[in-house]
Design a protein around this ligand. Structure first.
Ligand SMILES: [Zn+2]
Length: 458
């Protein structure tokens, strides 16, 4: 009853915010000459917006106590918000690869090399496999004009994320570039939006250092309680835990700054009538840790502060003002997007179409991480969420803990490991969809997982 009440309250709040926003935004686009508004009746377009490092619970439409995201809230009110969306990885490279390919990390294998994965010992990250189907490749082949704007080196061409884009730019140090990136996207749209288009906009501003421009730096940190813009860690020790509230305030200011730039983009789309025939998706690759479980930054754990991500879709055919509590993943974006666009595809994906597929069963949403060595001594992590039950395999999958996310969304009280959850974690780990190279050269972790599943008998 309590949950139903909360969802109803959130829905009412979203609708109210949307109505307010509509009146504001209508006045913003006043003065746009009518002849600039395009006749886009035959165009069905897609804009995918990925806000790096954005944890869902810091958006006001996800119940945050600060009004960080009025524009994104308005989009949620105009479309559907998935309140239990899960990332497939806790850091940038593998999480984006799951968005691109519709696969889990164990299948696309775009992550940090550690010797147990492949035979070389270069210690480098693996690029996106060019043989995999991806959103830009599929939509490009389907006739979409494609544009990608990214703001971190991990999404550069050497990692293969430009494959399938007609136009792709990646600023390898793109922190603070939200306004410039939105302007660049609008310039591209001015020249190309008469064709059916797909745009990917990746914004890196919310990632540390947390130093939003004025006045966003004072929105939630009014006492200016500190000067730090990053966590200071030395030899594994956190030197400035007392800066937590200040850093959270600045992080929230970054969200507001990004949200305000999206307001500019959405107002421009409305001024050209493009909002009528454009699907808009807002999500993130992973969240951020603020000592929730003793860690800061991201990449180290699979707790919800890192894997609970926003997922909002609005546009033609999308239910308005709907709150969906199904457990879904970022690997669902590709199948959902191409199905919505009517693109025929014979590819095998682990994600599903969350707009039309039945999600009421015990669907398993996995996540995993290979902690980058420069950040720690490394280790293997894997988890599965199935409805509200979540099991995490810790420390090279030798220790398991379970949480009930409905009763304990902050994962403060671990339960004894759920045997079904443990089996699901090990099954995910041992049986990647593409099946290589783990079976050709299994390491000790895979051997243990296979043994536990009964595939190896000593
Ligand atoms: Zn990231």
């Amino acid at each position: 009853m309590k949950i139903v009440f909360m969802k109803t309250a959130v829905l009412i709040l979203l609708i109210a915010m949307f109505l307010l926003s509509c009146s504001d935004n209508d006045s913003e686009v006043d003065g746009i000459p009518e002849e600039l508004a395009q006749d886009v009746s035959e165009h069905i377009n897609i804009i995918l917006i990925i806000i790096d490092t954005l944890r869902a619970d810091h958006l006001s439409c996800y119940g945050y106590h600060r009004l960080t995201s009025p524009t994104i809230d308005s989009l949620a009110a105009a479309g559907t918000i998935w309140v239990n969306a899960q990332a497939q990885a806790p850091w940038t490279l593998p999480a984006h690869a799951s968005i691109w390919t519709g696969l889990t990390v164990r299948s696309h294998r775009t992550e940090t090399n550690r010797n147990w994965i492949r035979s070389d010992s270069s210690g480098k990250n693996y690029a996106l496999d060019e043989n995999l189907l991806s959103i830009p490749v599929l939509l490009s082949e389907a006739g979409f004009s494609t544009c990608g704007i990214a703001n971190v080196c991990l999404l550069g061409d050497i990692y293969g994320f430009d494959n399938g884009f007609n136009n792709y730019s990646c600023n390898s140090a793109g922190h603070g570039m939200a306004a410039v990136s939105v302007d660049s996207l609008i310039v591209w749209l001015e020249e190309n939006s008469m064709e059916r288009f797909f745009c990917m906009l990746h914004l890196y501003d919310v990632h540390d250092p947390y130093d939003p421009p004025s006045p966003y730096n004072a929105l939630f940190d009014t006492e200016n309680s500190g000067e730090a813009t990053v966590w200071e860690v030395e030899d594994g020790l956190l030197l400035n835990p007392e800066d937590r509230d200040h850093l959270v305030g600045q992080y929230d200011g970054e969200i507001a700054w990004v949200d305000d730039n999206l307001r500019t983009l959405f107002a421009w789309l409305r001024s050209r009538n493009l909002n009528e025939n454009t699907l808009i998706i807002v999500t993130s690759d992973h969240g951020e840790e603020f000592l929730d479980h003793g860690w800061v930054d991201h990449g180290h754990t699979l707790y919800q502060e890192l894997v609970h991500i926003p997922l909002i879709i609005a546009g033609p055919g999308i239910s308005e003002g709907f709150v969906d509590s199904s457990f879904v993943g970022q690997f669902d974006i590709l199948p959902t997007m191409i199905s919505w666009a009517g693109v025929d595809c014979n590819g095998q994906f682990e994600g599903v179409n969350i707009l039309t597929d039945d999600l009421t069963g015990d669907r398993v949403i996995p996540a995993s991480g290979v902690v980058p060595v420069p950040w720690s001594t490394g280790g293997h992590l894997a988890s599965v969420a199935s409805n509200s039950r979540k099991t995490i395999g810790m420390s090279d999958l030798e220790t398991f803990i379970t949480f009930d996310l409905n009763m304990d969304p902050g994962e403060e009280h671990s339960l004894p490991a759920d045997s079904l959850g443990v089996e699901e974690v090990l099954y995910y780990w041992a049986t990647p969809q593409r099946g290589y190279p783990v079976f050709a050269m299994p390491g000790q972790v895979e051997v243990n997982a296979l043994r536990n599943l009964g595939y190896i008998n000593d």
